[in-house]
Structures are given as C-alpha cells and as structure tokens.
Design a protein around this ligand. Structure first.
Ligand code: ZN
Length: 313
C-alpha cells in the first residue's frame, strides 16, 4: 500500500488554459459574432488567462461555428506573454493560422485505433506521422506546435484505450519534434485512478514533454480527474468558461470542466492560478446570457464558498 499523497506535493501554482472560444463555442447552437468572440478572448486574458485557445482552422462545413477564426485571430489585440493558440488538423489549417498572425497551433490525433480508423481511415500513428509537413512549416515560420491526443483514456469504439497505445502515439509526436502534449478525455470516460496511473507512466517515459490534461465532465469525474493528475505531478489543465462544450458521442451531455469551477477549487486549496475569479465568473454570466440556457458550471449556480461566509459576517 502506498502511504498516500504528502500535502507538500500539491503544486503551489497551476496553469489553467482557457479553451472556451474553441471547445465551448463549437458545441453551441448559438453562433457568436467575431466581435463577441474577440470580447470573450480579451476578457479572459484580462481575467488572468495566460494560454487561450481562440478557435480552430478546420473546414467551415465541418464546424460552422469556427468558420470565422481567421477574422477573430486578426482582430484580437495580442498581449505579450500570453499564448494564443488554435486547433488545426492539417497543413492548410496551419497556413491559415500563420496568415492570421498566430504563433502557436495545436495538432490533434485520436489515441484510439478504432476511432481513428472509423473517422479518417488512418491509424493514429499514420495521422501523427502525416503531420511532419506541419512540423516543417512551423519550424520555417517560427511557430510553435503542440499536440492533442483525443480519446486518450476511453473511446466509445474500444472502451478503455490501452496505455501502450497512448505511448505509441506520444512517441510519434515526439518523433516529429512536438514537445507539448495534451491528453484529452474527449468522451468523459477517464476515472481518477486511471488518470493517476497514465500520468505517472507518461511522465516517466517522456520526461522532456510538457503535459496538459483536458477533461470533460460528461460523467461527473472531471474535477476528480484534475486532482488525480495533480497527484501525479501535472500542473496544466484545460477548462472552458461556463462549462460549455459537449460530448461528440452523447448529444446534450455536459461539456468541459468549467474554468470558474476549476479555479474556485484550486484557490480553495491554496493553489494559485493567476486568475481573478470574479472576472471569470462575470465572463461565465455573459456567456450564459448569450446562449440563453443554463450550463454545467457549479459556481455560476451556487456562488463561491466565500460568498456564504461573507453573508454571515
Ligand atoms: Zn474537449
């Protein structure tokens, strides 16, 4: 039996990456205007986001909500020290990102063989090796690349995705020179014990990689998975304002962990994030107003713990 985690092992600071403008808005029926997106991005940075995913450069027919990412990227006022990234699927997307003034792009591949074959008729390894043209383009244009490994824990086609399979995809990303990777639980199937286990092993196997964890709260395990990741030494997590973002295999299901829920939990634990939680909550309220329906954010509904205490003073 392990002795359990030592409290001094909790990180003192955690980086929360805001993915709302991409993962959140792409799942909403409401179409946000370029101006609305730019405002949300700039407010998020104002609230403390140091890494923000502003959209994706994919085919407009595939994801109409993201069709105007070029215009959004050109319009935002980029603040030095903040990383503005977009998701791309191929060289064409990367070229658009570069032309729109972005310095960072995220490539994505599925860890699940069955999912990858069913989707694009290529194995995950073939997909990642195919990104070598993107790696060359990025190097030639002074751009940075990161990689996202979707269905890294579970997949509706094959259930639990074996760690060996995830390691194989990581190795392929490593081969083309990508040194920042996110493990994404796209379908909300990861559990804390699995997260702890996978994180410890990927860190040990690839110590020079910067890791990001991306959890959806589809089955209520999102924040528990964050804790498990922190216990394994992870300190970068994606989250989405108001908890938007669904699950591609479960229409109507809860989306990403909410930025305000994650920041609230971390601050309650004495872990700093650099965010002003009240500003993050105000963004969540604005988003909720625009989409016109409740979201899965807990803190938007319940308020902060400290709100209660203040009321009793
Ligand atoms: Zn996601």
């Amino acid at each position: 039996m392990s002795a359990g985690i030592n409290a001094s092992q909790w990180p003192s600071h955690v980086i929360v990456c805001e993915v709302g403008p991409r993962d959140g808005l792409q799942n909403e029926k409401t179409m946000f205007s370029v101006e609305q997106k730019v405002e949300l991005i700039e407010r998020s940075v104002e609230a403390g986001a140091k890494i923000i995913e502003i959209g994706s450069f994919v085919h407009p027919k595939a994801v109409p909500q993201m069709a105007d990412t070029d215009a959004v990227a050109k319009k935002i006022k980029q603040i030095p020290g903040v990383e503005y990234r977009a998701l791309v699927l191929n060289l064409k997307g990367l070229e658009r990102a570069e032309a729109a003034g972005l310095k960072k792009a995220k490539l994505t591949a599925s860890a699940s063989r069955a999912h990858s074959l069913a989707n694009i008729n290529k194995t995950p390894e073939e997909v990642v090796r195919g990104f070598s043209d993107c790696a060359n383009f990025a190097a030639a244009h002074g751009m940075e690349l990161s990689g996202a490994i979707s269905t890294a824990f579970g997949c509706p086609f094959e259930g639990r995705v074996p760690l060996e399979q995830v390691l194989s995809v990581i190795a392929c990303f490593r081969e083309i020179g990508v040194k920042e990777l996110s493990l994404s639980d796209t379908t909300g199937m990861a559990n804390p014990r699995q997260v702890y286990d996978y994180c410890q092993k990927v860190k040990a196997e690839f110590p020079d990689i910067t890791w990001v964890l991306h959890f959806h709260n589809t089955r209520g395990m999102g924040l528990a998975n964050v804790i498990a990741g922190m216990m394994a030494g992870m300190d970068r997590f994606d989250a989405c304002f108001a908890g938007l973002g669904g699950c591609p295999f479960a229409p109507g299901a809860t989306g990403n962990i909410a930025t305000e829920d994650l920041i609230h939990m971390l601050h309650e634990m004495g872990v700093s994030t650099g965010y002003d939680l009240d500003k993050v909550l105000a963004i969540g309220r604005s988003v909720r107003e625009i989409i016109g329906h409740e979201t899965s954010s807990f803190i938007l509904k319940a308020g902060k713990c400290s709100d209660l205490v203040k009321g009793k003073e």
